[in-house]
Structure formats: structure tokens, C-alpha cells
Design a protein around this ligand. Sequence first.
Ligand code: CAA
Length: 302
Amino acid sequence: IKRKLSTSTILNNSIKNVTVLGGGSMGSGIAQITAQAGQNTILVDISPDCLKNSEKTIQSSLTRVAKKLYKTDETSGKKFIDESLSRIKYSTNLQQAAEQTDLIIEAVTENLRLKRDLFKRLDKSAPSKTLFASNTSSFSIEEIASATDRKDRFGGLHFFNPVPVMKLLEIIRTRETTEETYQIMLNFGRSLGKTCITCKDSPGFIMNRLNVPYVAEAMRMLERGDATAEDIDTAMKLGAGYPMGPLEAVDYGGLDTCAFVLEGWHAKFPENKLFKPPAVLLRLVEEGKLGRKTGEGFYKYA
Ligand code: CAA
């Protein structure tokens, strides 16, 4: 029997303590914005070095956000930065970080086994009220959730890079996500200042389902020699108003990530030609040219 929701139920269930798993760019960004929004946040990673980097990234990003919000009012800007930083704790202890949390958001490497394994362990140690969410951009949420006994309290919270800047949050409801879980996640997303959209548990959800085939098509255009990388990117920036062209955007997000997503979908849906990984992408990845982070992808970076 579906329980009827009242506003007070949702408010009573509102998220005050958040645990974020994974100290990479997505995890750091998510931890930053939850802290900005006033939630007590723990960022967990197995690597202390990674957490040190996350701390640096968060500090410099908060400085940029403070400048935007407070302009020349340095006192208010500093207060905002200090208060946000004070709400974030860094931890390498997964079990401890899950003990008193309302929501766990997983943003570790795109590895299905790892994600399932983490949630399976957390299912035992986290309080039963704790909601679980994955920030996966390519796997099925149901496949991850099925490692736990809380499929009803499980959903997808899919953020975009750079998390503090991009205004969108995709909320993914599986067939088992309850209305209550969905409403709490929706309120949580809004509390972060994001515009929330909802999608079924389908490959790539909305944004990546449209964007990944589009960037793959740009790569095929480059492969055929129809146009240069610069002209393909200029076309989409000046002709379609995108902030970055498709090849620049893949360099920004990482060629390895793009190849990984396409390979996974191609294996699962071999009949869909849109998901076939372009040869140029696979070649660059094999050469270790993964985009901005390695200094070269479709472009070279100084
Ligand atoms: N933290 C805080 N603020 C940041 C920031 C960060 N990490 N990165 C940029 N900003 C701020 C800057 O301070 C700047 O603020 P002002 O306007 O006040 O000056 C503003 O954002 C613009 O930044 P820049 O001037 O440095 O550069 P830009 O105008 O080229 O914008 C960009 C950079 C926001 C990344 C923009 O190019 C953009 O929107 N690109 C598209 C990114 C995109 O496609 N993201 C989706 C990737 S797909 C994904 O994430 C899903 C997935 O599943 C992998």
C-alpha cells in the first residue's frame, strides 16, 4: 500500500548529513555544493592523497564561487568559504562515514563491480533510513541497487561537470524507487540550487543519451576528413550556441570516460550504430591521449 505523503513527512526526512564516495572531480564537486547548501558533508576516498587534492580543488572552486556571489565584499566572501569548508570532513573510513548519514552519494570510478560492492557493504552499516544514490553516468541504477536490500530507498542523482557551475541535476527513478525517496531526492536537489529533471532508468538518462551519440558523430566527421576539429567545434559554438564544441568537451571530460561509456553501451546494444565507439577515439585512448588531464586529446594543451 502506497503511503500518502504529507509535506511534514518530507520535511522530517530532509537531508542534513551527506556522505559522498569518491574524491575525484565529480565527488569533490558534489561535496562542495552540499557543504555550500548547509549540509554536514563527509567526503570518502581510499586514497589520502586523492583527498588532499579534493581539498585543494574545493578550496579554489569555493574562491571562484565566492567571487561570483559576493564580488568585492571580501568579508562575506571569506565567511562563505570558511563556513562551507568547516562543513566538510575528509575520511578514508567508509563504514564510519556511513554511520550517521541521511544520504550516501556514490561518485567512484565507473566500475559496476566496485559500485555494487561498496553499496553491499554500506547496506549493512548505514542506518535503515539512509537513502542511497549513485552518480553513475552509464550504468543502470537498478543493476547497482540490486546489490542491496534497500532498492526502495535507492535512486540516481546525476550531476554534471563542473558540478558547482552546471545547473542541472538528473534524478533517476527505478521501478522500485518509492515516491517518498523520489520526493526527498527532489527536495535535496532543489536545496542545492539545481534545476532537477526526472528520467527513468534508461541508458545515459537524458543528457548523455543525447550528448554521447552527438560527440561520437563529431568524431566520425573528423575521421572522414569532412572538417577540422577546430571547425567542428566552432560550428557548434557559433551555430548552435554550445559553450564548448563536442571535441573540446570530450577533451574536458576525458576521452577514456567517453570510450568507456560507448564501449559499455555498444556491448549491451550492439544493434544501435550510434553507440559504436569511433576508431579515432579508441586510438587516442590507446596512445594515452585522454584530453586535458594528460595534456593532449583532440587538441594539445600547454
Ligand atoms: N568551480 C567554480 N566555478 C567555476 C568552475 C569551477 N570548477 N569552473 C568554472 N567556473 C566559473 C568561473 O569562475 C566563471 O565564473 P564568472 O562567470 O563569474 O567569471 C564561469 O564559471 C565561467 O568559467 P570560465 O570563464 O573559466 O570559462 P568558460 O566561460 O569557458 O566556462 C565551463 C567554463 C563552465 C566549463 C563552460 O565551458 C561549460 O559550460 N562547458 C560545458 C561543460 C559540459 O559540457 N559539461 C557537461 C559534461 S558531461 C557530464 O558532466 C556528464 C557526465 O556524465 C560525464
